[in-house]
Write a protein that binds this ligand. Structure first.
Ligand SMILES: *[C@@H]1O[C@H](CO)[C@@H](O)[C@H](O)[C@H]1NC(C)=O
Ligand SMILES: *[C@@H]1O[C@H](CO)[C@@H](O)[C@H](O)[C@H]1NC(C)=O
Ligand SMILES: *[C@@H]1O[C@H](CO)[C@@H](O)[C@H](O)[C@H]1NC(C)=O
Length: 457
């Protein structure tokens, strides 16, 4: 072999490694690290796995688990922590907020790159007036406590379901429900702007699944839905949901806020009556959703924007109550084997000879903090509704409500599509036709409850 050939091979290899490097750093993504399981590896093993085998650079947890906060120290992986829903009212008090920040943030920061405090989870969805009325004061109080502690780069925000939006046919016409607008939302948006914090939303096309909508929901080719106000045709629900959120905050004068996708995902396995829960669909949804948020193309109303995004979820969680789907949202199994790959394994991770951290079932750490029947008693221990929007719609036949007529109306209502929460709103859209009651079975917010939910189909 001549020297020239060697040089050109070396050059080629250099190019190749640059390409590989580029492809590993082309985008990064976050995950929700839920822990309702008794077979998960220890947080430090999880940290090391994410760091060395994946392109995941940020996690969101549903509490302030000190084991996780310690486990992620010095990894450069950012962490979003969550304040327990039940802790919100008390933390309005400045002293309480100061103690909370000392115990849950200062102790671990900055070795652990805590980035954001999510105040509760889907508080408006909870319907709990006590939590809702104290939400914004609590956010302010925690922010002030951070400032007093000299911590200036930890943001404070709170995740919302798309139930905050009024029933809306077109993304451009989406608005915050008037009941929340002035009281909670306007001061919250102002707080976010002043503190340069993002709006957190949990868009879940999965919960609007209908067979007739499958192509639109799963990013398959479809004719799309036309927004007459903007002349934009939406060919998938996720993008329509993002533009709906944007339109709603723009209408209130806050289109400058960053929008973070705090949760979204798709279960890879479900019960026999959940045929939409397949690996194939989970790959389709997550892969395309990740492409939308990371490509830099943005959405029609938010061109060229990237969205910080947290896929739900990191692991399959074997102790989550409810249907099989609830336990199968994970990208990974507890032994770190991928359920499927949507491009988040780093190139290192893809090499066959690269050792994975040894699989383990560390019993010392992984004892679940809560169980299905014991949630209420955990209310004061910072337990947060991990399920939130993950409440399975229970089909209630509903054939007595003129389904044919409603279906035909429904086709007009499909464009935005979100979970319909409010019967009155939906029926108004249906021209007075009654909507089908479709209760959501929620085992969230410390206790099992049924939330009224209505759909046109
Ligand atoms: C840590 O992560 C940030 C991106 O969040 C990156 O810019 C920085 O270079 C990283 N630092 C180290 C030491 O890896
Ligand atoms: C809407 O889009 C169609 C097709 O692209 C175009 O022909 C039409 O002129 C547009 N209308 C408006 C009002 O922009
Ligand atoms: C669940 O929690 C309740 C209340 O804390 C407790 O009585 C029960 O034994 C727990 N069940 C399991 C399976 O751990």
């Amino acid at each position: 072999m001549t020297a020239t050939t060697t040089t050109s091979i070396t050059t080629a290899l250099l190019h190749l490694s640059t390409l590989l490097h580029l492809s590993t750093t082309a985008f990064s993504i976050g995950v929700n690290y839920g822990t309702l399981a008794n077979d998960l590896p220890s947080p430090s093993q999880v940290a090391s796995f994410l760091k060395t085998q994946t392109i995941i650079d940020s996690i969101k947890i549903f509490d302030t688990n000190p084991d996780i906060l310690r486990g992620f120290a010095n990894t450069n992986i950012t962490v979003t922590v969550t304040v327990g829903n039940g802790d919100i009212p008390a933390l309005v008090d400045a002293n309480a907020a100061g103690r909370w920040v000392a115990n849950n943030i200062e102790q671990f920061y900055p070795q652990t790159r805590i980035k954001l405090i999510a105040v509760g989870n889907e508080i408006l969805f909870s319907g709990n007036k006590e939590w809702i009325s104290h939400l914004v004061p609590c956010m302010k109080s925690l922010h002030q406590a951070l400032v007093r502690a000299g911590i200036n780069d930890v943001k404070v925000s709170t995740p919302y379901t798309l139930g905050i939006l009024q029933t809306s046919v077109q993304p451009s016409a989406a608005r915050i429900k008037p009941a929340y607008g002035k009281v909670v939302f306007a001061p919250m948006l102002e707080f976010l702007r002043q503190t340069k914090s993002p709006l957190l939303v949990n868009p879940y096309p999965y919960f609007s699944y209908a067979r007739s909508m499958e192509d639109y929901i799963l990013f398959k080719p479809n004719p799309g839905f036309h927004d007459d106000n903007t002349n934009i045709t939406y060919t998938n629900m996720f993008v329509a949901m993002m533009d709906a959120v944007y339109s709603a905050i723009k209408a209130m004068g806050y289109d400058d806020l960053d929008i973070v996708v705090a949760e979204s995902g798709w279960p890879s396995l479900g019960d026999p009556n959940q045929p939409m829960c397949t690996v194939e669909n989970a790959v389709l949804y997550n892969k395309n959703m990740i492409k939308v948020v990371t490509s830099g193309e943005g959405t029609p109303l938010m061109p060229k924007r990237r969205f910080e995004t947290y896929v739900f979820a990191l692991f399959n969680e074997n102790l989550k109550p409810g249907t099989a789907a609830e336990r199968n949202w994970g990208l990974f199994r507890p032994d770190f084997s991928p359920v499927y790959d949507v491009g988040i394994l780093s190139n290192i991770g893809k090499q066959a000879d690269s050792p994975l951290p040894s699989p383990t079932t560390s019993k010392t750490w992984s004892e679940p903090k809560v169980n299905a029947s014991g949630k209420a008693s955990q209310a004061n221990k910072g337990y947060v509704c991990i399920q939130g929007a993950h409440c399975k719609p229970i089909q209630t036949g509903g054939s007595s409500f003129n389904p044919n007529n409603i279906r035909s109306h429904a086709s007009l209502l499909i464009p935005l599509i979100m979970i319909w929460f409010d019967r009155g709103e939906l029926e108004a859209h249906l021209g007075g036709q009654p909507a089908i009651a479709q209760p959501l079975f929620c085992t969230c917010s410390y206790s099992t409850r049924i939330v009224e939910n209505y759909r046109p189909i």
